[in-house]
Design a binder for this molecule. Structure first.
Ligand SMILES: [Zn+2]
Length: 229
């Protein structure tokens, strides 16, 4: 992964910040069941959010204003509490983006909390990862009622993974079964992913799983079933 140094002027306070930016990445490989991308794209996530060191405004690029509400939001007690936490900067950036977008676009908010969870996963800060995933679950669940077709299917599949990764195996199984009912005659990989989620949840396995693992897990599951276990 090729990195370059960039200087970005904060659109809110005018401070010029120095960041590392990704010049190019490859994305070959398998996605995780929560849509986390593979290979270099996976590692690039920490460079795809910028926090202003002076006013704590956050965006994927802080020279762009998300909307006028941010002037108020970034001064709120909740925002500043997160901004002043002693945690990884990228994780903090995504938590703050989640906070900004919850007023305007809960889908974007949910994805940003999930990205914060991915950063915490890599840092092995699992309690923080679970907290971020729980926030994401809240926003994605609110969203489900209003989505249709492929986007609903994708959001629901992600919630199943979020539930399992936070140890809520019972609801993960329930939602996976619900999605299987809805997705008859639909995408084969969604069906395979949901069957895998059910097997993992029955095992109370809350670990990371990608699409490459799915075939292997399903095969093992079928063998166990045949053996009557
Ligand atoms: Zn600023």
């Amino acid at each position: 992964m090729l990195l370059k140094t960039i200087h970005v002027k904060c659109v809110v306070c005018g401070e010029v910040n120095e960041f590392k930016d990704v010049a190019s990445v490859s994305a070959n490989g398998f996605y995780d069941l929560d849509m986390r991308p593979p290979a270099q794209k996976r590692d690039a996530i920490i460079y795809e959010v910028q926090v202003c060191k002076k006013c704590f405004y956050v965006n994927n690029s802080i020279d762009e204003l998300i909307d006028k509400r941010v002037f108020e939001i970034i001064k709120s007690e909740k925002y500043l509490t997160i901004a002043k936490k002693d945690i990884n900067t990228a994780a903090k950036g995504y938590l703050l983006l989640g906070e900004i977008f919850k007023y305007s676009d809960i889908e974007v908010s949910g994805w940003n909390y999930l990205k914060a969870a991915w950063v915490f996963d890599d840092l092995r800060q699992y309690d923080e990862a679970v907290d971020a995933r729980k926030q994401a679950i809240g926003y994605f669940k609110q969203l489900l009622g209003g989505l249709e077709g492929g986007r609903r299917e994708q959001a629901k599949a992600v919630v199943v993974d979020l539930l399992r990764r936070t140890g809520d195996f019972e609801n993960a199984i329930k939602l996976a079964n619900e999605l299987l009912e809805e997705t008859k005659d639909k995408k084969a990989f969604v069906i395979a992913a949901m069957k895998t989620q059910i097997l993992l949840s029955k095992d109370e396995d809350d670990g990371c799983c990608n699409m490459e693992d799915v075939d292997e897990i399903l095969e093992t599951g079928q063998e166990l079933e045949r053996a009557g276990k």
